[in-house]
Design a protein around this ligand. Structure first.
Ligand SMILES: Cc1cc2nc3c(=O)[nH]c(=O)nc-3n(C[C@H](O)[C@H](O)[C@H](O)COP(=O)(O)O)c2cc1C
Length: 164
């Protein structure tokens, strides 16, 4: 099964998790880039505001066509209790082209499961597995157990599809 890990990251946490998942599963990696600057205090405020209002943004062109893959793993940081604007935009643009999906997020707390619900609603697909990682866990490198479970879930699915 060919898979793609798609993520957006403002400050590196979601990128770190995305890179590790893509390495473990040998999946391609797609970093979503926003044309709107999210740097500094103004970027922080616009990020929170856009996410809260569920606004879309203008993305830079993506490198990979999701319809050519069998599984898309999508990761977002939590912004104001919501999906980040770049990932909301990506989901809206590509939702018709997703085969199977799995989701992960990084946030200050692990109390953001409503974000998974909304990602599922937008995609119209039940995720194969879910992973939530906090910035504290990332800083202390104490998320391996749950990341391993997520990776194992997806490996099992791949084996089913590939018939071995
Ligand atoms: C504008 C903004 C709003 C945020 N709001 C929340 C929030 O409501 N809940 C939460 O758990 N984390 C929140 N965070 C924290 C980030 O989700 C967390 O630091 C995440 O790991 C950042 O990922 P990144 O480094 O990939 O950008 C917020 C961060 C930003 C920039």
């Amino acid at each position: 099964m060919k898979g793609l890990v798609v993520f957006y990251s403002r400050s590196g946490n979601t990128r770190k998790i995305a890179q590790e998942i893509s390495t473990a599963l040998k999946f391609d990696l797609e970093e979503i880039l926003d044309t709107k600057s999210r740097k500094g205090i103004l970027g922080f405020l616009s990020a929170g505001n856009d996410a809260m209002q569920k606004r879309l943004t203008l993305l830079k062109e993506v490198k990979h066509d999701p319809s050519l893959y069998e599984l898309i793993v999508i990761g977002t940081p939590i912004w104001a209790g919501n999906i980040s604007a770049p990932i909301r935009t990506y989901l809206n643009i590509h939702k018709k082209n997703f085969p199977q999906v799995a989701f992960f997020y990084s946030g200050l707390s692990s109390d953001n499961s409503k974000v998974f619900k909304e990602m599922e609603e937008i995609c119209g697909k039940k995720p194969l597995s879910l992973l939530e990682v906090t910035s504290r866990e990332i800083k202390r490198n104490i998320y391996y157990e749950k990341m391993k479970k997520f990776i194992d879930d997806l490996s099992k699915e791949m084996k089913k599809v590939n018939g071995n």
